[in-house]
Ligand binder design. Structure first.
Ligand SMILES: [Zn+2]
Ligand SMILES: [Zn+2]
Length: 177
């Protein structure tokens, strides 16, 4: 859906849309949309800016940072966004620098694609780090087993895994004595 600034200047657009998985490009390999993304919003042209206000909801699948198992996260986000036309940027360099410090967004040409706005909002709504459960035991640093599912045979010494070869050398040395 393209939000055309000339159409929005005439009337506010009411948006009720559903994007099935695979129809939005999130520019990310870190998660996968697994349910339709539902959006309800209004778009209008006010004070020389496109304003998009509403909310979205979907579910995505991510990877646990500790055990690499998949984790399903519910994504719900309210947004109230303003986009200014790039042609409104003054030529003055000093003003241009100040604009970069603010979080004003811009649109180029006649408007913007709703899909791009939604993809960005989903990315912003994702947690920084996902863990399948607060007591996830992660992977064994020695053999890579998922410790939530199995006990591996590695030593539970809590020693720094980088020192493991050294510990083995020591054991061999003691055996020879
Ligand atoms: Zn986990
Ligand atoms: Zn192990």
């Amino acid at each position: 859906m393209f939000l055309d600034v000339r159409e929005l200047a005439v009337r506010k657009a009411r948006i009720r849309k559903s994007y099935s998985p695979g129809t939005l490009d999130f520019h990310s390999g870190e998660f996968r949309q697994i349910e339709p993304l539902e959006v309800r919003a209004t778009a209008e042209f006010v004070d020389g800016q496109i304003r998009i206000c509403g909310n979205l909801h979907t579910r995505v699948e991510l990877v646990c940072a500790r055990c690499l198992d998949t984790v399903v996260e519910e994504i719900s986000r309210d947004f109230d966004l303003y986009y200014r036309s790039t042609t409104s940027i003054p030529e003055d360099d000093e003003v241009h620098l100040n604009l970069e410090d603010t979080d004003i967004a811009f649109f180029e040409g006649d408007g913007l694609f709703l899909a791009d706005v939604l993809a960005e909002q989903v990315n912003l709504a994702l947690p920084m780090k996902v863990i399948c459960s607060s007591d996830c035991r992660g992977l064994c640093p020695h053999c890579g087993s998922n410790l939530n599912n199995e006990e591996c045979r590695c030593e539970k010494s809590g020693a720094d895994p980088r020192l493991a070869p050294l510990a083995r050398l020591k054991q061999d040395w003691f055996k020879k004595q």
